[in-house]
Write a protein that binds this ligand. Structure first.
Ligand SMILES: Cc1cc2nc3c(=O)[nH]c(=O)nc-3n(C[C@H](O)[C@H](O)[C@H](O)COP(=O)(O)OP(=O)(O)OC[C@H]3O[C@@H](n4cnc5c(N)ncnc54)[C@H](O)[C@@H]3O)c2cc1C
Length: 245
């Protein structure tokens, strides 16, 4: 079985977000980039499925050369090899299109993404990949087990669980619960240096989105605490100060 795990290179969650160029560009100066945590979960499960060499796990990233540290981390965690599509990812459509074209030429049985990237939080790439590749696509899976020709995935739904059996090939977006993220060991870090990382040039594709402007959240006002049994005061404040009722 051949598994492809899509990995994105995202700012560390502690990053202080600022913008440049009249608030149209994210300021990457001094920003520490990491492997998207949900992709780490997807990758960890894929590696768990590598049964005595019968399964290969390829990681793919659409990004510039600066993302190679993140790709090497994925190789250190245990991926077999890696592909970098050499482009600045413009938006989810661009990312999905480039990956889909690669997969059309190099088919995989299972394509895993994270449930979302923690930078733009679009949750779009997996669905778009399914559409572009004409494959089933399932979002926010919490469990993944595989058999010879199909997989069983579990999703949380309102008030319960949904269990689906899906024939290969398909696309799935992994969330918490699919696996515990693996930490690379020294052997993994050493071997990652020599594992294959191929660089593919992107294809021309029409872009549909443009950043008009970014805005950070305004600083929250002071909080007023009301005693739990003082409903009258709460109602009064909601009416006279918050003006929501
Ligand atoms: C308008 C716009 C402008 C952007 N401009 C830039 C830019 O200038 N420079 C820049 O570096 N980024 C840029 N990005 C971010 C980059 O394009 C994102 O990777 C892409 O938009 C996907 O984000 P998403 O939140 O929709 O992904 P989601 O759909 O939330 O991601 C789900 C999963 O898709 C996979 N995935 C996402 N991105 C990638 C990737 N790049 N390679 C491989 N797999 C991936 C991962 O498995 C991820 O968990 C931009 C994004 C937007 C929306």
């Amino acid at each position: 079985m051949k598994i492809l795990v899509c990995v994105s290179n995202v700012p560390d969650t502690t990053t202080k977000i600022t913008f440049t160029d009249n608030n149209t560009q994210f300021n990457t100066n001094g920003v520490q980039f990491i492997l998207n945590p949900y992709d780490e979960i997807a990758l960890s499960r894929a590696i768990e499925l590598t049964d005595g060499g019968k399964v290969t796990v390829t990681v793919i990233n659409v990004g510039e050369v600066s993302t190679e540290a993140t790709i090497r981390k994925a190789l250190a965690i245990g991926a077999t090899d890696a592909v970098r599509i050499n482009a600045k990812p413009h938006d989810a459509w661009y990312v999905a299109y480039q990956i889909a074209q690669y997969v059309k030429a190099n088919p995989f049985d299972l394509i895993l993404t994270g449930r979302e990237s923690i930078d733009y939080n679009g949750s779009k790439v997996a669905g778009m990949l399914g559409e572009l590749l004409d494959l089933p696509s399932v979002s926010i899976i919490k469990k993944l087990d595989v058999s010879e020709s199909s997989a069983t995935v579990e999703r949380e739904i309102e008030g319960g669980k949904e269990i689906l059996t899906i024939p290969f090939p398909f696309v799935a977006g992994a969330a918490e619960g699919v696996a515990e993220p693996k930490i690379p060991n020294m052997r993994g870090i050493m071997s990652a240096r020599t594992k294959p990382l191929i660089v593919v040039e992107p294809l021309e594709v029409k872009t549909f989105s443009e950043i008009v402007s970014y805005e950070t959240l305004s600083i929250r006002g002071q909080v007023k605490l009301v005693a739990a049994d003082d409903t009258a005061k709460l109602v009064e404040l909601l009416h006279t100060e918050a003006r929501v009722i």
